[in-house]
Design a protein. Structure first.
Length: 299
């Protein structure tokens, strides 16, 4: 098998990006994929990876595969799960993964990325790709030196990345001080801020966007989709927070009303007892004129 550096530039970029994306999920089980070509060869990491993504148990598999047939069977378990999940697998089989066919592996990971990270992005009944692009356009509308028309050239100077962050967290990016000619600095700023403050792993390198004829579209989409999920999640939390706040306010008002009612009820009981006692002690002739002064004394 040829080494990674012998492959075309786009393959090298995708390999780095997708490996980082896979590891951003494997880390949840303290696992790591060192190399795409050999890392999935026995099927174990692939099964573990899919279990994390889907929050499912893929069933029994060989934990210590030693011979090729055991590795093929493990990979078959993973591919069977994907097929049952509605993923269409074309031109790739267990043998391709076991043999480390990098281009086919990247194609498989891209299918998985679409299934578990991109396909659930919705916007005005568009395809997931179109929806993600429209979301980016809406969020950055009106920003200076920012025009998002695709997932390659539009991101090269870093302005779109910084605008996307600034649109949601203006406290993190000094957008007014940025200049499109400082592409490398802009991209690095966005990468660092996103990872440190938003928890978005840096899947790309600066050189993957800057000083390259055309950035790899799939790698850029994979990275940008993370922003959508992070900011959408924050939005849902804000809405849920406001709803909880309203419920807390309502509960507080009800508690105040309850306390006020109890106070009034206590005062009423005291008045009734005092008035009753006075009426019992008061001697009258039994006429209405005698009773009225007693009954209205404390009203």
């Amino acid at each position: 098998m040829a080494q990674t550096e012998e492959h075309p530039k786009w393959v090298q970029i995708q390999n780095k990006t997708f490996t980082k994306w896979v590891n951003s999920h494997l880390v949840k089980r303290a696992l790591k994929l060192d190399d795409m070509i050999t890392g999935f060869a026995d099927g174990i990491r692939l099964i573990q990876f899919l279990e994390i993504l889907s929050n499912s148990n893929l069933g029994k598999y060989e934990k210590k595969p030693r011979i090729r047939i055991q590795k093929i069977q493990n990979i078959g378990v993973a591919l069977s799960f994907l097929t049952k999940s509605g993923v269409r697998l074309l031109n790739i089989g267990p043998e391709d993964i076991a043999d480390g066919n990098l281009k086919l592996l990247l194609g498989l990971i891209w299918i998985i990325i679409q299934k578990f990270q991109i396909d659930d992005i919705t916007e005005e009944e568009l395809t997931a790709k179109e929806a993600l692009l429209l979301w980016c356009k809406k969020k950055t509308k009106g920003y200076r030196d920012c025009s998002i028309d695709n997932f390659h050239m539009s991101w090269q100077d870093g302005m779109a990345l910084c605008a996307l962050i600034h649109a949601h967290r203006p406290d993190l990016i000094p957008y007014d001080k940025l200049h499109k000619n400082n592409a490398a600095q802009n991209v690095m700023l966005a990468f660092e801020v996103a990872e440190k403050h938003l928890g978005i792993p840096q899947l790309l390198e600066v050189d993957d966007l800057v000083n390259i004829p055309k950035p790899d579209e799939r790698s850029v989409m994979t990275y940008i989709a993370q922003f959508y999920h992070v900011f959408s999640s924050s939005r849902k939390q804000e809405v849920a927070g406001r709803r909880v706040g309203k419920l807390v306010d309502l509960a507080s008002q009800l508690q105040k009303m309850r306390v006020d009612f109890d106070d009034r009820a206590k005062q009423l009981v005291i008045w009734i007892n005092l008035t009753t006692a006075r009426m019992v002690d008061r001697k009258t002739e039994g006429t209405l004129a005698d009773i009225k002064p007693v009954s209205y004394t404390h009203l």
